[in-house]
Design a protein around this ligand. Sequence first.
Ligand code: UDX
Length: 461
Amino acid sequence: MEEKVSGCKHVLMVPYPSQGHINPMLQFSKRLCSKGVRVTMLTTIFISNSMHLQSSSLLGSVHLDFISDGYDEGGFAEAASVETYLSRMEEVGSKSLREFIKKQSSSDEGIDCVVYDPLVIWVLDVAKELGLMGAAFFTQMCAVNYIYYHVYHGLLKVPISSSLPISIEGLPLLHFKDAPPFVSDPAFYPAYFELVVKQFSNIHKADLLLVNSFYKLEDQVVDAMSKVCPVLTIGPTVPSFHLDKTIPNDRDNVLNLFELDSSPISWLKQKPAQSVIYVSFGSMVCFSSHQMEEIAFALIQTGFNFLWVIPDFHTKNLSEEMGKKIEACGRGLIVNWTPQLEVLSNDAVGCFFTHCGWNSTLEALCLGVPMVALPQWTDQPTNAKFVEDVWKVGIRMKEDENGIVRRDEIQSCIRVVMEKELGREMRINAKKWKDLAVEAVTQGGTSDHNINEFIKNLKKS
Ligand code: UDX
């Protein structure tokens, strides 16, 4: 039996408004609801409008509500620059959040605690100003947050050296290519650099720090970081259905910001076990036409079946000619957006060709699927380093001198994972991580214990 909270507490979840940050918050919300907590997830009016959602609607057990971030018509795309978006979001978002919380507290659905993504640090300031408990929820891996912690405290000088690897307690030695580009090349990403480093500027005001990871996956990092900045691992936030099948599949209760196509599920059912390469680069990565062509050629040449997610913002970079070649080969399916967890759970999938976004990485690990990694930016290079060298569940592709990963390299990495002994070992390792993930989230596991700790703190608020 799950431990239930008596006297229902109300948690407000405030994600950074993008797919890769909403997903883990939503899944965490569902976990809290399953333990008797009332949860409202607050995203932007732009998201609500583009998805035709109603205020105060329910997504499974989670309440949804919306506030303005100053870009109700066009979202992020409406802003002139990243800097403009972030500063207006803070200005308008703080005001709308304050009003929302005050309105709630005048009803019988007052908020007890605000859980926020530290990429929107101003949320904590508003929560504290209104006398509420505030918990940070880092949606990326602990190691990456610990790197940013070092930069914020001046323990790691940026830009990092291109010849000397970084040494941080609990992490493997990180070479230039393994570090988040925000620290290897901060001048190229000034707004994002400030965003990730500033996460730590008010963290001392947070009552708890939660991370979307599980203890055995990052034990050394969690221990090292906890000496200076105690964190509780509460992940993976992969839905229980996919992990241990004890909770019914609630595939409809997800917030897909892209139009979903579920047809690949029946397509996969007709394919032999481990015969399909699943290709997806998340919700933000956009490759050049040249890189897309190399990927397409490689996929065709491998001779394997492949399912390739190309969201609508990215399709223009695959030429019509390549699209026809893919169709003619008869083994490839291109879709706009899939139910990724269901795809990764399908026995037909033999490997995941991924950008190593943290959600995709965790999902592959927890579903026992080995990876072929093509990281691009933000946390992805560091995630890929762990995938290849620490967890040993994948292989990272190498770029040529022009920054392009050539078709031969892609083909050869895919063959290693799909056909070679090393790939078989990766699959065995992935199965081990899958079992450890299940152990962490089932009753008595480390993440389950930490979620209960969070709830105990809630009761005190
Ligand atoms: C972004 C960053 O790029 C990533 O590095 C960071 O860790 C989180 O924010 P994104 O690029 O979208 O995220 O990648 P990822 O973290 O992998 O998240 C994508 C999510 O979309 C996953 O939960 C995945 O299951 C889901 N997805 C993807 C689908 O549901 N269907 C798809 O077709 C593709």
